[in-house]
Structures are given as C-alpha cells and as structure tokens.
Ligand binder design. Structure first.
Ligand code: LMR
Length: 397
C-alpha cells in the first residue's frame, strides 16, 4: 500500500536542522531555527528552570492526568503575563486558558476552534510570516489570505499597505498578529500603529489572533505585551497562542497556551467548552512538566525576578550580536547598508539575501539560514561572527 506514497517536502526550518546535523564540516554554523545560543554556542537550561525543577522533584506527589485545559494555576499565570496582573479581562473572568503542546499546538487549537465554531472565515496572515502558519491553518481546513507587511526596498514595515489590505477583510475574518518580534522580519508596529490596528479590527468586526512566542525578547516582558494589551482594551473578543519555548528555554518540553477572551464570563466559558472538546480529540490532555515549571517560576516573586533577568540577558546578547554583525560586515568590505538589522527585534533578521545566496552560503561556507533569507541572530557568537561575515561578503560579491 505504501508504494503509492510520495515523499513530503522537508520542513523549511526544522528540515534545515536535520541537514545541518548531517553536515560533517567542523566550521558549520546553524542560523536557521530560532533557538537561543549563549556565547559558547550552547542552549543551556535556564537557572530558574533548574530551581523550579528541584522544587517539583521534591513536591510532586502524582503523575495522574491533568484536566483537559491543564491546571487553573497555569492558566492564571499565563493570563497575568499576557494582560497584566490587574487586567479587567482577568478580574471579569472573560479570559479562559488551555495549556497546549507548544506554540504550534496552541495555534492548532485556535485554528480548529475557528474552523468548527466561526464558520467560513478567512485567516489573514502577514506577508511574510512564520513558515508554519500557512500549514497549521490549512491543516484545519481554513482559507489563508495575506496582508502586506514588509517593504523589501525600505527594509521596513509597509504599514499603509497593511491597513489597506485589512480594509478588504470581511467581518468575522481572523487577523493573525505577531505579539512582538515579528517572525521572520523582526519589525513590530509601534504603539501608535497598534492603536490604529486595534481601531481598524474593531471597526471592521475582525477577530484578532495573537501569536505570542517571543515575549521579553524585544524590550521587556511587560513592555512587549503593549500591543496585545491595547487590543484587549478595545476588542471584546480575541484569541492568543502563547509559546514558552524561547523565553523559558523550554523548547523540548512543548509548553504553550491557547487563551480565549469573550465578551462576558458566560460567553467565554461556553466557547471554551468547545476548545476542551477539540483538545480531547487531538491530544486528550497536556503534558505536565513544562507548564509546572512555568507556574512555579511565575508564582514565586524571587524566581520571577531572576527569570526576567535571564530573559534580559538573552535579549541584550542578541542585540549585541546585531551590532557586531553589522560592524563585521562593514569590516569585511560589504558596501550595502545592513544597519536595519540593528533596529529589528527578537531572534530574527530578514537579511534580504536571495535563495541562491542562501544556497551558496550553505554549500560553500557551511552557513545554514532559512531559504527566505531569515537569519537567526540568536545563533551568532563572537567566535562564529568572522567566518559568517566572510561567507556573506563572498556571496554578495
Ligand atoms: C522558528 O521559527 O525557527 C521556531 O519557531 C521554531 C519552529 O518551530 O519553526
């Protein structure tokens, strides 16, 4: 039976990691997948995660199933992180959260909820967007439309084009927004632009869905929620898919959350009952460990402060790499202006390198970046910067 099956294409991001691992060259550099590396090129377990794990090891009494949405403590901790500890949506019980297996699991819950409960609506994603967005929404049977986001000439956001495209959306359509550290461009709306977007979404009766995977990597844990909080003030209904892979370094624990905000506590609870039914038939109930770690850290004032410092350290190192990257490219004789990289947020930079240049970097220099030209700055170190920039200078000639 299987002889009729054709091979699936490799994943543009995770497939690249497999290729990288198989590469036997000692000097290879992986700037594909968004994984934080420290100055030695390692992805260590955060110190606060180790401390929380010690607490759990000591106190855990059972491995019994969690409830379908995970624990209420986790749900509340996630909501406080998203909306602020004193947010009215929390006090009014208009938010409901389900722990999900990673950010992707949360997005898939969102997609299934939209498809099954909201009818024939489109999901609008930015052009460009994270490579897996299209796949996740298509897998749930949703139609995906694109809104303009990036201007390749100015290497900046094309905000007017974004607004113009969203003006053509129909009431009920879903707009996917990146909470911060837009993946892949690293370019986020400013406060005024968030306000305008929220006004447009409200006026047109669209449903905002935030993909929030990098909270803390742009300006700070609280600061990075500014856009979402503007929306939470003006839109009575919204959805959020959170990931804690990056800001807690819990990549392989698959810790995420799907949060639904309704017009009233009652409507939110009813809608959320459908989310539970969806989770039940996909993965039944979530894995416990990673979410328990996040809960311990967020609910302990000392650990929380230490964690915020760890996130700040990651953020500051990445920013330093952005600056060093731009300076080293100059030293290597690259004439084109790459200073836009210093203005972008988060792990990624949209370099403007072509598919051919990306391929040449891999073949000739062992430098792995995503085909779109997206570079994970989080994988740069002081020691790989020289060879990396030499390679880029060579392919730009
Ligand atoms: C990325 O964009 O590199 C990460 O979000 C990892 C992934 O799953 O693609």
């Amino acid at each position: 039976m299987f002889e009729k099956i054709a091979a699936a294409p490799a994943d543009p991001i995770l497939g690249l990691t497999e290729e990288f691992k198989a590469d036997t060259r000692a000097e290879k550099i992986n700037l594909g997948v968004g994984i934080y590396k420290d100055e030695s090129g390692n992805t260590p377990v955060l110190a606060t995660v180790k401390k929380a794990e010690a607490v759990l090891l000591e106190n855990e009494t059972t491995k019994s199933y969690l409830a379908i949405p995970g624990t209420p403590e986790y749900g509340l901790a996630v909501q406080k992180l998203l909306f602020g500890a004193d947010a009215p949506v929390i006090a009014d019980k208009r938010a409901q959260t389900a722990q999900a297996p990673g950010g992707t699991g949360a997005l898939r819950l969102a997609a299934e909820f939209i498809k099954r409960q909201l009818g024939e609506v489109k999901v609008w994603v930015s052009n460009p967007t994270w490579a897996n967005h299209n796949g996740v929404f298509a897998a749930a049977g949703l139609e995906v439309a694109q809104y303009s986001y990036y201007n390749a000439e100015t290497k900046d956001m094309d905000f007017d084009a974004m607004l113009a495209d969203l003006q053509t959306a129909n009431a009920g359509d879903v707009v996917l927004l990146h909470g911060c550290c837009h993946n892949p461009t690293g370019i986020d709306p400013d406060a005024g632009q968030w306000q305008q977007l929220a006004a447009l979404v409200k006026e047109k009766g669209l449903l905002p869905l935030f993909d929030f995977a990098y909270q803390g990597f742009a300006k700070g844990v609280e600061e990075d929620a500014a856009g979402l909080r503007i929306f939470a003030e003006s839109c009575s209904e919204l959805l959020v898919a959170s990931s804690f892979s990056k800001n807690f370094g819990l990549y392989n624990e698959r810790v995420g959350a799907f949060t639904l905000v309704g017009q009233s506590a009652e409507q939110a609870a009813t809608a959320f009952s459908q989310v539970k039914s969806i989770a039940r038939v996909i993965y039944s109930n979530p894995p416990a460990h990673g979410a328990a770690v996040v809960t311990v850290i967020l609910n302990d004032a000392t650990l929380r402060a230490e964690w915020e410092q760890e996130v700040a350290d990651m953020r500051v190192r990445i920013q330093a790499m952005r600056e060093l990257f731009v300076a080293t490219l100059k030293e290597e004789g690259v004439d084109s202006d790459f200073s836009f990289i210093e203005r972008q947020n988060g792990m990624f930079s949209f370099s403007g390198l072509t598919k051919e240049q990306v391929n040449q970097l891999k073949e000739e220099f062992g430098v792995y970046i995503v085909g779109s030209g997206r570079i994970s700055v989080a994988g740069m170190t002081r020691s790989n910067m020289g060879p990396l920039c030499k390679g880029i200078a060579a392919v730009l000639k």
